[in-house]
Design a protein around this ligand. Structure first.
Ligand code: TXD
Length: 308
């Protein structure tokens, strides 16, 4: 039987992800949103693209959760954008409410699903979904690292005029400001990037990667990035649905790895049919360890505000 993938939040990331999944033709898709009829409209539009593109994926939209029952994978993108006058903490609490409610609805109908959290602040929302769902850590993860490394890889490929496929990069830590790019493990066709790009220039590229989300927000004028984020989630889903066992940077519940306990932090993880099948541990330098600690502290602070 075809797999079933639910995407909660049929906004920019959610709907684009729905399209990417449908086009892969390996799963049916359910799109859920609170805006009346909107997910039904997007789902029907995607379904009607099937004959032209050549996929048979069934795509359904809903304002409720009955259609999501028995999902194999559920992606949570639902959330609010920050509005004028809203503090970071107000937004955090609002998204806490949304992600809590969504997770409860999902868990009651798809108790064996794998949850992939996308809503920001990413690491804190993943922790919340983990706590609310009661799922084992194998089945709750957050998307951020694949996007951050994709940005890093793009800029390196541009700098060196090489294929993006030849650039592999590692990013640890939280999403955004506290991200820890591991330049030591970043290579171009196997050659360490530090041998190809001068340190000063590399530092600029790292900074641009850190600010990657803001750069897009400023250009768009309203809303935030969605093509690269949805592509990143789709790659994680590929590895799970096709049991590819790719090692991808994801937010994972650490249980002692990297010296961190009971906290979601971005680390390289092996993704397969069971979800997170292994957390890959690499030796860090003191400097990298200190940078990771900053990430850990930032996530802890948000969790403190949420009171979970
Ligand atoms: O790297 C990453 N993790 C990220 C995270 C990359 C890109 C976007 N990132 C975050 O994902 C972003 O900061 C937001 O928190 C989410 C979704 O971003 P998107 O750009 O798709 O936002 P939209 O277009 O506003 O879509 C959110 C949808 C919107 O249609 C709302 O009506 C819906 O979520 N929404 C809900 N759906 C279901 N249930 C509830 N309660 C709900 N509340 C809002």
């Amino acid at each position: 039987m075809r797999k079933k993938i639910t995407v909660v939040g049929a906004g920019m990331v959610g709907a684009t992800l729905g399209q990417r999944i449908a086009e892969r033709d390996y799963a049916d898709v359910a799109l859920v949103d609170v805006i009346p009829n909107m997910p039904m409209g997007k789902a029907l539009d995607l379904l009607e693209a099937g004959p032209v593109v050549g996929y048979d994926s069934l795509v359904i939209g809903s304002n409720g959760y009955d259609e999501t029952a028995g999902s194999d994978i559920v992606v949570i993108t639902s959330g609010l954008p920050r509005k004028p006058g809203m503090s970071r903490d107000d937004l955090l609490r609002k998204n806490q409410e949304i992600v809590t409610q969504v997770t409860q609805e999902i868990v009651s109908r798809s108790p064996n699903s794998i949850l992939i959290v996308v809503t920001n602040p990413l690491d804190a929302m993943a922790q919340l979904a983990y706590k609310v769902s009661g799922f084992p850590r194998e089945r709750v993860l957050g998307m951020a690292g694949v996007l951050d490394t994709a940005r890093f890889r793009t800029f390196i490929a541009q700098e060196l005029h090489v294929s993006v496929r030849d650039v592999s990069a590692y990013v640890l830590g939280g999403h955004g400001d506290t991200m820890v790019p591991l330049v030591r493990f970043t290579t171009v066709a196997g050659v360490p990037v530090s041998k190809l790009i001068p340190a000063e220039r590399l530092a600029q590229i790292v900074q641009r990667t850190r600010d990657g989300g803001a750069e897009i927000v400023n250009l768009l004028g309203s809303g935030s990035a969605f093509y690269a984020p949805s592509a990143a989630v789709a790659q994680m889903i590929d590895s799970i649905v096709l049991d590819k066992k790719m090692i991808l940077p994801c937010a994972v519940h650490l249980q002692g790895e990297y010296g961190v306990k009971d906290l979601f932090v971005g680390v390289p993880a092996k993704l397969g049919a069971k979800g997170v099948e292994e957390v890959i541990q690499i030796e860090l330098t003191d400097e990298e360890r200190a940078a990771l600690q900053k990430s850990v502290d930032a996530v802890k602070e948000l969790i403190g505000v949420m009171g979970i």
